[in-house]
Design a protein around this ligand. Sequence first.
Ligand SMILES: CCCCCCCC/C=C\CCCCCCCC(=O)SCCNC(=O)CCNC(=O)[C@H](O)C(C)(C)COP(=O)(O)OP(=O)(O)OC[C@H]1O[C@@H](n2cnc3c(N)ncnc32)[C@H](O)[C@@H]1OP(=O)(O)O
Length: 172
Amino acid sequence: MSQSELERTYFQDGLHGNHCYGCGAWNDKGLQIKSFWDGDESVCIYQPKPHHSAMPPDVMNGGTIAAIIDCHGVCSAIADAYRTEGREVGDGEKIWYATASLTVNYRKPTRIDGPVTARARLTEKTDKKTMFEVDFFSHDGVLTCDASVLSLRVPSEWADPTGLFKHIDSNS
Ligand SMILES: CCCCCCCC/C=C\CCCCCCCC(=O)SCCNC(=O)CCNC(=O)[C@H](O)C(C)(C)COP(=O)(O)OP(=O)(O)OC[C@H]1O[C@@H](n2cnc3c(N)ncnc32)[C@H](O)[C@@H]1OP(=O)(O)O
């Protein structure tokens, strides 16, 4: 059964300190997407802004669409991992995933004049890898893109607020 808007728990609200451009609730210049479970699917509804346009001002930009799908897919992988362990997102020992692969097929132009919806379903999972297939709809219900997002579980250094590369450099 679908949750009402007031009952929803958004994955990103549990990812404290996340400054990601697409999904970081702590990045005030980012998209700040919000994702939630609707049964076995995860859903993200996003109202594009006029500056998220492609060349025609009424069509949504493909890179912005990809950023939404990417972050919705990775956040779904994170939320799925917490759910598998019976925990709320962000509770207890932290779980991080990063994008290993993103494929987006742009089937039709996406209207910018209303909220877009990404719906994702889990299609493959191992201890380290999680694949979500994502359908992307414009506000009039047209399926404009389909996509797949492969997320890989990464160590806690990815969440170091001072950065990742010093860990990589010191290991190489
Ligand atoms: C107070 C402040 C606190 C701060 C808190 C922060 C909170 C943050 C919260 C939340 C964040 C969540 C939000 C993120 C959302 C946005 C996502 C992004 O934009 S992430 C950036 C873009 N992505 C990258 O930059 C990855 C770059 N790539 C890598 O680093 C590596 O390639 C990585 C980690 C993805 C994989 O490397 P390996 O060494 O762990 O894995 P290997 O051993 O190579 O592979 C494992 C398995 O995966 C397959 N695999 C790996 N890469 C693949 C690929 N590209 N395509 C297909 N398969 C791949 C391999 O074939 C292998 O498969 P077999 O286990 O043998 O079956």
